[in-house]
Design a protein around this ligand. Sequence first.
Ligand code: AMP
Length: 486
Amino acid sequence: MTFDTLGLPEPLVHAVADAGYAVPTAVQTAAIPPALAGTDLMVAAATGSGKTASFILPALNRVLAARADTGKRRDKGTVYGPRILVLTPTRELAMQIAKAAAMYGRHVPGLRIATVVGGVPYPAQLKALRGPLDILISTPGRLLDHLQTGKAVLENVEMLVLDEADRMLDMGFIDDITTIADHVPSARQTVMYSATFLGNVARLAQNLLREPQRVEVASHTDTHANIEQRLHWADNFAHKNALLDHILTQREVEQALVFTSTQIDADRLADRLAQLGHAVASLHGGMPQGRRNRVLQGLRSRQLRILVATDVAARGIDVPTISHVVNYGLPMKPEDYVHRIGRTGRAGRDGLAVTLAERMDAGMIRRIQQFTTQSIPIATIGGLEPKSPQPKVFANAPVGRGRPESNRSDAHRPGERRAPFGERRPPFGERSAPREFAPRAPSRGNPFDRALPVRDERAAPARRPGPAAFKGRGKPQRPRVGGFPR
Ligand code: AMP
């Protein structure tokens, strides 16, 4: 199968070849032909499957068709507002899609793409919205603001794409999406991407799609054959830090993405790793957009070797040189585990996903293993083996990909010096937020609220660390992001 046999026009086939892709991925093969035919689609595709191209290429085909059509008309068919509207849960994902659209649309004459996302000043967005536009990529909250002030025109939208619909619903965007869809002509084509089509997602699909075709090519039960997964049990917080420090100093770590459960944990861990001399920064929804962009740029340019991030901020990160993903704080939901590990093993490379878990994490490990229907192979590091008995989790599961202990490069070697365990476990105020800490409900009030980190992952824990939390560390300080300019 090649891209031209899928029915794509020459300028798009040419751009795909420029990008170095010779063979369409499974989701591209399955979704592009019906999408080109104008069919509504429900697509269940895993991250990293090439799903962005599977909707952007048919979208660009519409733009090309409109160009050919308007070329024949006297009024040159000037339309206002976008022809294609892509809704996506996060700013990072929006930027990623815009980048892909520009890449695949490089031979589309005069292609106009805009992103409208929270955390960015309004004037530039208004300018983009007022002019003729081909593709608009937006997060629902900010687009709704513009719609309510009459600045966004959606009456010429021919194709509506809902990317990561499950995640948008989790983030509380259901009403925003429904309102936005009400402003888009009903004769549109709608394509919806989601990890699952159960519950609320199914209801949304029923409301927004017409006779949709289902495309299912990859699921959360995939084995991720090119991503090796390992689970290290830690006796306590200090042991977990010692394991992390050992992993991050390994030479085979080209770049590592370390996940924490909360924003404050991300800042604190980045701070600690910077003090150890790592080129590291944190990334989370509590940071201004400008800084988030600079951090991502630092990762891409390899100025940073380690990124400490929260789930939402790290969604959509597509950096092939990320060789390691480390789950330092466990995700809130099993689905997020799958998204996290998919940040490595990109572009046909191998990746290693390491999960560091304490006894209290056993429940979530069990849920992850039930969700993926695979067990995560347990690993140990010589000199850093856990002393407490390992919790029993999902013992009867089929064993996932993993090499025997003795073959592992980091398995214990006789005579190896035991690395000293780090500091003492810090007082409670310094530790992760309680696992139940729920995402905050979206605010509908002041539009500028949406520039703040609401709806993102769990924000800082409600309780502030008391003075004891900083004992021996001098004055309480704002977490420093070491090794990387602010
Ligand atoms: P996505 O699932 O859209 O996040 O894409 C995952 C990665 O696959 C991105 O780095 C794409 O650039 C890349 N990709 C997209 N299509 C292809 C293809 N046909 N062959 C190889 N890589 C691809």
